[in-house]
Each structure stands twice: as structure tokens, then as C-alpha cells.
Design a protein around this ligand. Structure first.
Ligand SMILES: N[C@@H](CCC(=O)N[C@@H](CS)C(=O)NCC(=O)O)C(=O)O
Length: 194
């Protein structure tokens, strides 16, 4: 069994949509970050950075419990554990890795910062142009639906249109609606139940 410690945030839901898409069972436990619950000793033992999400898999490698923090690492863990969402061969895996890395190191920090920091608009437009151009002739980031899509989706699913209207990026909108229609994504997005 996998226990997920999370709140109603995009980073947290990245973990649950990944577990859902990988077909892994889990129980979601709310950690109310508005009440400081991420700073308790119990949660600090799960994530020394005192953030959500974190997971504990009682059946980790070697049959022993394992703790994973960082939503990107949780996506990788779910993909590795199930052999899903990570490309069907070495060439496809490189496609997944490129876009997964770009999202973690570029798209998410840049678009996340834009909301509080409007001068980052040029950088946000630049990354959105690259992503929109790729999605113009690719259904998903890699040849098949993968953790590269799951890494980026929560940021765009919860996008504030007034920061940067997505109307200028029709392929991102098409992709967002397609990913958002997946039942597993919808189930993961509905967590935690509070
Ligand atoms: N890079 C981390 C970001 C996690 C993160 O920033 N979590 C926020 C909620 S979205 C949090 O726990 N904030 C509480 C705090 O910083 O005290 C991940 O993807 O897991």
C-alpha cells in the first residue's frame, strides 16, 4: 500500500495523478499546509524540506518500505515500479527524459514564478512557445503518454489566464483538455478528499 501525504495543491496532485495513471493503489492523507502541518516531526521525517507531497510505499524495492519526496521523483518511482509511463524503448525514453527534465528545470519554475513576478513574462512566453510548437505536431510530449505529460499538466490545469492567456497557445490548450479528460487524471486531481 502507498500512503500519499498531500494538500490541495498542483504539486501534490502531480503525485496522485501519476499513481492513478500507473495503476497503483494509494491512500491520500491531507497535510494542511495552511495550518503548518508540513512542519510537524512526522512530516519532516517524510520530507526534510517540509513540503508536500511525499509518499511511503510499504512494498518498496526488496519488499521494504520506502519514502519518496518531490513530485517529480514520485512520478519516476511510479513509472519504475510499474514499467509504465516511461516510453516503450530506449529511444522513446530519451524523448520522455528530455521533456520531463525541461518541465522540472524550466517550465514549472518559470511559469510558477510568473504569478508572483510579472517581469518574468518574456521567459514564460519563450517556454510556452517551445511547448506549443512541439505539441503542434505531437499528441503528447513523447511518442506515448508519459510522466513528461504528468509533470507539466498540473501547472497548466490550474493556470491563471490573467498571468499569460493560453489563447495564444492553442496546442497547449488542446493537450491540456485531452489530458484533463483522462479518467485517471481526474481521479488523481480530485485528491485529497477534505
Ligand atoms: N518541487 C516540489 C515543490 C513542493 C512544494 O512547493 N510544495 C508546496 C505546496 S505546492 C508546499 O509544501 N508548501 C509549504 C511550504 O513551503 O511550507 C515538488 O514538486 O514536490
Amino acid at each position: 500500500m502507498i500512503d500519499v501525504y498531500m494538500w490541495t495543491t498542483t504539486n501534490s496532485r502531480r503525485a496522485t495523478i501519476g499513481l492513478e495513471e500507473a495503476g497503483l493503489e494509494y491512500t491520500a492523507h491531507p497535510v494542511n499546509i495552511q495550518e503548518g502541518e508540513q512542519k510537524t516531526p512526522e512530516h519532516t521525517a517524510r520530507n526534510p524540506y517540509q513540503k508536500v507531497p511525499a509518499i511511503i510505499d510499504s512494498d518498496g524495492p526488496g519488499g521494504k518500505p520506502i519514502t519518496v519526496f518531490e513530485s517529480g521523483a514520485i512520478l519516476l518511482y511510479a513509472a519504475e515500479k510499474t514499467g509504465t509511463l516511461y516510453g516503450k524503448d530506449a529511444r522513446d525514453r530519451v524523448e520522455v527524459q528530455k521533456w520531463f527534465a525541461l518541465h522540472l528545470s524550466g517550465s514549472l519554475p518559470i511559469l510558477g514564478a510568473l504569478r508572483q513576478n510579472p517581469p518574468m513574462l518574456a521567459g514564460a512566453q519563450r517556454i510556452c512557445k517551445v511547448i506549443d510548437g512541439h505539441l503542434a505536431d505531437h499528441e503528447f510530449f513523447a511518442p506515448d503518454f508519459s510522466i513528461a505529460d504528468l509533470a507539466f499538466y498540473p501547472r497548466i490545469a490550474n493556470w491563471a489566464e490573467d498571468s499569460l492567456p493560453l489563447t495564444d497557445y492553442p496546442n497547449i490548450v488542446r493537450w491540456r483538455d485531452q489530458v484533463g479528460a483522462r479518467p485517471a487524471v481526474q481521479r488523481g486531481w480530485a485528491q485529497p478528499k477534505i
